[in-house]
Each structure stands twice: as structure tokens, then as C-alpha cells.
Design a protein around this ligand. Structure first.
Ligand SMILES: *[C@@H]1O[C@H](CO)[C@@H](O)[C@H](O)[C@H]1NC(C)=O
Ligand SMILES: *[C@@H]1O[C@H](CO)[C@@H](O)[C@H](O)[C@H]1NC(C)=O
Length: 363
């Protein structure tokens, strides 16, 4: 937050030496407080100058490994004829607004410095005067959060906050053998096999904000076990607690066993339901996708297709982990619950017959 929010008075003539407190770039700056509203002695003209900091986009999303730009622009009203020397600072904070703000970078003129994990990966775009947009290269999953762009101009500082989201989707995952059977390492491995990795807390939190409701605790990348509850209910931690992400805290990575929350942001390639005259057992399903020039789809791929491509198919199909699921964007009768989502039949015995979802890399 802005600690000092001065209104500036801009003096074109410096005959008012006794009142002037600072001298910079040939202009006097003076607090307006207690000095009337602009005109003094009929000779000296005061002009209110305001520093405006804004962002045309306060929510930016990117995929892992990509470069993103967090927009931030500043200008003065009225416009200045001489550029002012401003300092640009970017801060980062986890998306839940908890925890201290950390420095990302600070820049004065062409000199800049970046900090911590951001070292060497961030720069200011500086496309035009007043452009203080932050460019982040090689986006990592823990880069998500709230970024604050602060412009400091001697007396005044103003800031704007831009949220960075990963373009991805969180999905709960449990072992084919049953519920609550994976230790941390197995959960990590299970997500990887689905074309995903363990979700960060920020990612689960955003998924919860978007409506994810899941009553079984799952491992997160930070070694905690948590679950998101949108509608408090008896079977799910009771009705006394508010909706939210409930945490069992940091658990023993070898001994404790939960499900997993996986996160996937890969959106290359295409997932499709293979149209065939007959249904298939699991072995046949794997082969059918290969014969079609693709591969049987992973759970993470089906989730991204559902979430980002709008794949909507009311047909149960095999996936690579031998689970059977189908994606619904527009809920309708006989296609599961009234909420959009990926429906799951769990892990049926492999000789049962279903359709199949395949995946092809798009060239
Ligand atoms: C990201 O930016 C770096 C440096 O500017 C560039 O070399 C790289 O190709 C960019 N990566 C992507 C995915 O655009
Ligand atoms: C699927 O059917 C084929 C015959 O088309 C059979 O050879 C195979 O063993 C079956 N697989 C399973 C898992 O039942």
C-alpha cells in the first residue's frame, strides 16, 4: 500500500523560495496541504500533478516454460515536458495474500537488479515511456501469485497489482488400488504418469476459487496434505467450518498415505474420442489409438482438453492408466452430475468394454 500519498504542487517559477522544499529537474515540488488550491499572489501558478499507475490486464496466465509479460504503465496528469527519474519496484506475494511480499526486481533508469529465484529471468519491457511491464522468462510453477508494480517518484508512490496464474488444471488422483494408498513419492510418480506434477498450494487454491470440491485429502508439492471444500457438509469435515482449502499440515513423506492433487498445464496436441463401431477392452483400446496414429490419452491430457479446448463427450472411454472417464462441459441428463467436470468410473476390470480417448501431437 501507498504509505505516503502526497498531492504535489508544481511550481513553474521559483520565486517562492521560502516555501520550496525540494529541487529536482529544475522544478520545485511542494505539498499542497495547507497552501490553498493553486493560485498565490496572482503571480505563482500551482498545478496539481498526479502520478497514475495502471495495468490493462490484472490477470495474466501462462504455461510452464513460457515467457509472460505482466503489464504496468505509469504517466503523469498533466503530462510532464521533462522526464522524471522514477524507480520501478516489483514485488511478489503468494496468491492467497498470506506471507510477506518478496522483492522481484528494482530498476532505476537502465540499471536493474533481480532477486532470489527471479535472478536473471526477469526484465522490464520498457517498450515506451512509462512502460514498466515485467517480463518473466521460463515460467516456473511457483512463480504464480500476486505481483505488485510500484512506481516511486521522489515524494509519491503508486502501485498496481497483477495476478499471475498458470494456465492449467488441477485434478484429484487416486491409485488404481484404492483410496489413500500413496505416500508422497508415489503421489509424485502417479501425477507424472498422467502427464502432470503435484499441484502447488496456490494452484489448488485457485482451483478451489474456481469451484473444485473434493472430499479426500491429497498430497501437494510442498509435502502437505489438503483438500478443497466449496460446500461444507457433514461427510466432508462438518458444516461448522467455512468453505475453503482444509489442511492436514506437513506430513511424513514416506509413512503417511493420501490421494494426490495433480496439476497439468501442457496444452500441445489434441485429445479426441475415437469413433469406432464397437466397444473395446483395455488392450484393444491401447492398440486402437496406436492404429489411429496416436496414443491412448493420459488423465492430465483429458483434463486439459476438457478445461481449455472444451472437449465435451458423453461417452465413457479408457485412458492410459486403465481408468475410464469422460469430459462434460455442458451438463445434461444421463451425463453425470449437474456440474461440468471429468466424470470417472474408476478403474474397471480390463476385459470390460468401453470407448477410448486418444492423444495426438499436433504438428
Ligand atoms: C523467452 O525469451 C527468451 C529470451 O528473450 C527467448 O530466448 C526464448 O525463446 C523465449 N521463449 C519462448 C517460449 O518464447
Ligand atoms: C481383449 O480382447 C482381446 C481379443 O480381442 C484379447 O486377446 C485380450 O486378452 C483382451 N484383453 C483383456 C485385458 O481382456
Amino acid at each position: 500500500m501507498c504509505i505516503v500519498r502526497h498531492l504535489l504542487v508544481f511550481l513553474f517559477h521559483f520565486t517562492l523560495g521560502s516555501l520550496a522544499q525540494r529541487f529536482s529537474n529544475g522544478y520545485y515540488y511542494q505539498d499542497i496541504v495547507g497552501h490553498g488550491n493553486g493560485k498565490d499572489n496572482g503571480e505563482i501558478y500551482f498545478h496539481k500533478i498526479r502520478l497514475h499507475v495502471e495495468s490493462p490486464e490484472t490477470l495474466v496466465s501462462g504455461v510452464q516454460g513460457s515467457n509472460v509479460t505482466l503489464p504496468c504503465h505509469y504517466h503523469y496528469v498533466p503530462a510532464l515536458s521533462t522526464p522524471r527519474r522514477t524507480r520501478v519496484k516489483w514485488f511478489w506475494q503468494p496468491v492467497n495474500g498470506q506471507g510477506q511480499e518478496r522483492d522481484v526486481m528494482v530498476a532505476i533508469g537502465t540499471r536493474h537488479r533481480s532477486y532470489g529465484d527471479f535472478k536473471g529471468r526477469v526484465r522490464l519491457r520498457r517498450n515506451a515511456p512509462g512502460d514498466a511491464s515485467l517480463v518473466i522468462n521460463q515460467l516456473q510453477s511457483d512463480d504464480t501469485g500476486r505481483y505488485r508494480c510500484e512506481i516511486i517518484d521522489g515524494l509519491e508512490d503508486e502501485s498496481v497489482t497483477v495476478q499471475l496464474k498458470f494456465r492449467g488444471v488441477v485434478f484429484p488422483y487416486y491409485s488404481a488400488k484404492g483410496r489413500y494408498l500413496m505416500n508422497f513419492h508415489e503421489a509424485q510418480e502417479a501425477c507424472k504418469k498422467q502427464g502432470a506434477h503435484l499441484a502447488s498450494f496456490e494452484q489448488l487454491f485457485i482451483a478451489w476459487e474456481e469451484g473444485l470440491d473434493w472430499c479426500n485429502a491429497g498430497w501437494l508439492a510442498d509435502g502437505t496434505a489438503q483438500y478443497p471444500v466449496a460446500v461444507p457438509r457433514e461427510a466432508c469435515g462438518g458444516t461448522n467450518l467455512a468453505p475453503g482449502v482444509r489442511s492436514y499440515g506437513v506430513r511424513d513423506k514416506d509413512l503417511d498415505r493420501f490421494d494426490a492433487f495433480c496439476f497439468t498445464s501442457s496444452i500441445r496436441g489434441e485429445v479426441y474420442f475415437l469413433q469406432l463401431p464397437a466397444k473395446l477392452n483395455f488392450t484393444e483400446a491401447v492398440l486402437a489409438c496406436q492404429n489411429d496414429g496416436g496414443q491412448i490419452a493420459k488423465v492430465g491430457q483429458l483434463y486439459t482438453a476438457w478445461r481449455f479446448v472444451g472437449l465435451d463427450q458423453c461417452d465413457a472411454g479408457w485412458l492410459a492408466d486403465a481408468s475410464v472417464r469422460y469430459p462434460i462441459v455442458h451438463p445434461r441428463v444421463n451425463c453425470g452430475t449437474s456440474e461440468p467436470g471429468v466424470r470417472s468410473f474408476g478403474f474397471p476390470v480390463k476385459h470390460l468394454k468401453f470407448g477410448v480417448y486418444c492423444y495426438k501431437v499436433r504438428w
